[in-house]
Design a protein around this ligand. Structure first.
Ligand SMILES: *Cc1c(COP(=O)(O)O)cnc(C)c1O
Length: 364
């Protein structure tokens, strides 16, 4: 018997491992494994979701026009150059399938976001990882890896799981050094958290070139990871490609309504950003004070470095006994590290207490 088989490269893909959500035998769990916003779902988005329940027999607006208008108004962008997706992952897949493929290869950095590797391999591309420097993308190393087969280059800025970012000047230098026919994808999932003045999420380069696209998400600061909404801003030709290949109803009625309401929630982003700017340094300083190395981060998470994989595993086990779920990042080539979301005030304190206790344990 021969059974149906996919293209061989499909079976080379390791399934995406998301942050865990439950712990056996624990009733109070602190889930700090997926970088979800610290304040839950915006109240207006919850109202919109309930209000839309009676509309769900209708197909959604496949062009998500009202949502694109709301995004455009919020960020000062032309709605005609925006496309929405079922999370930004959806849009990353579409880009890989449309611009990648056999003989059309993809660049990403060593510890870059794993979806690029999964979606690129699925498309049939070779996905080439370039070395980083201090867990930060290295523009020279990316440019050195360019060859005639490269068609796409992904850069998460800031990157997950490292938290590192490139300033605008470096991203512009990357763009200038890449061949014209390479589409540069700037994944700015954490843009709203960044406070450095030398940062640009990608809008400037999208406006200045015709081969750069920016992806964004409602899954992080906007608190809607469970609704699955992301968007991309790009040149008209790239938006045209998206609209040919994406599933026509890829954003549900509930998701569109919730996202519009989240954008309208007064002070929501400011509150999330202010909390993060206060508590990320507090978390980092407290961990540093007990002897844990913490990498600089521009996102709503920190990367704690325990020097060895065994030590990271022990720290993880200790946190789990206290109900804290962090994210193991061995799959990102960082087995000595754990990524920990900056949660609410209580959650941050629970992490600090658990890791302080771990570091002072006899034999630790
Ligand atoms: C969380 C995250 C995303 C968002 O994915 P969605 O599919 O929009 O939920 C994209 N890129 C990076 C780097 C992320 O960390």
């Amino acid at each position: 018997m021969t059974s149906p088989r996919p293209r061989p490269e499909v079976l080379q893909i390791s399934p995406y491992v998301g942050g865990e959500a439950t712990l056996e035998g624990m009733n109070r769990v602190y889930k700090l494994s997926s970088n979800e916003g610290a304040f839950g779902v915006p109240p207006g988005a919850q109202d919109a979701y309930r209000r839309l329940a009676g509309e769900l027999y209708r197909y959604p607006d496949g062009s998500a026009l009202d949502l694109r208008r709301a995004i455009g108004a919020r960020f000062g962008l032309d709605p005609a150059r925006i496309v929405c997706g079922s999370g930004s992952d959806d849009l990353i897949y579409q880009l890989c399938l449309a611009y990648g493929g056999p003989g059309r290869d993809i660049l990403m950095t060593e510890h870059g976001f794993s979806i690029y590797h999964i979606a690129g391999t699925y498309a049939g591309s070779r996905v080439i990882k370039t070395p980083e420097r201090n867990l930060t993308a290295d523009v020279d190393a990316i440019l050195a890896a360019v060859s005639p087969s490269i068609r796409l280059c992904f850069l998460a800025n800031p990157n997950n799981p490292t938290g590192s970012m490139l300033p605008y000047e470096e991203v512009a230098r990357l763009r200038a050094g890449l061949p014209q026919e390479v589409l540069l994808v700037l994944d700015a999932a954490y843009a709203e958290y960044v406070e450095r003045p030398d940062y640009d999420p990608g809008i400037r380069l999208v406006n200045a070139t015709d081969n750069t696209v920016m992806t964004r998400t409602f899954s992080k600061i906007f608190g809607l990871g469970g609704m699955r909404i992301g968007w991309a801003y790009g040149p008209p030709a790239v938006i045209d490609v998206f609209n040919r290949v994406r599933p026509p109803f890829n954003v549900s009625i509930a998701a569109q309504g919730a996202a519009i309401a989240a954008l309208a929630e007064p002070g929501w982003v400011e509150k999330g950003r202010a909390h993060n700017s206060e508590y990320r340094p507090k978390l980092a300083a407290a961990l540093t004070a007990v002897g844990i190395k913490v990498w600089p981060s521009e996102g709503n998470f920190v990367l704690a470095d325990f020097a060895t994989a065994d030590r990271a595993a022990a720290a993880d086990a200790h946190m789990r006994r206290r109900g804290v779920i962090a994210r193991q990042v061995g799959g990102y080539g960082l087995p000595q590290c754990l990524r920990i979301t900056v949660g609410n005030v209580e959650e941050v304190q629970v992490v600090i207490d658990a890791l302080a206790e771990f570091m002072t344990e006899p034999g630790s």
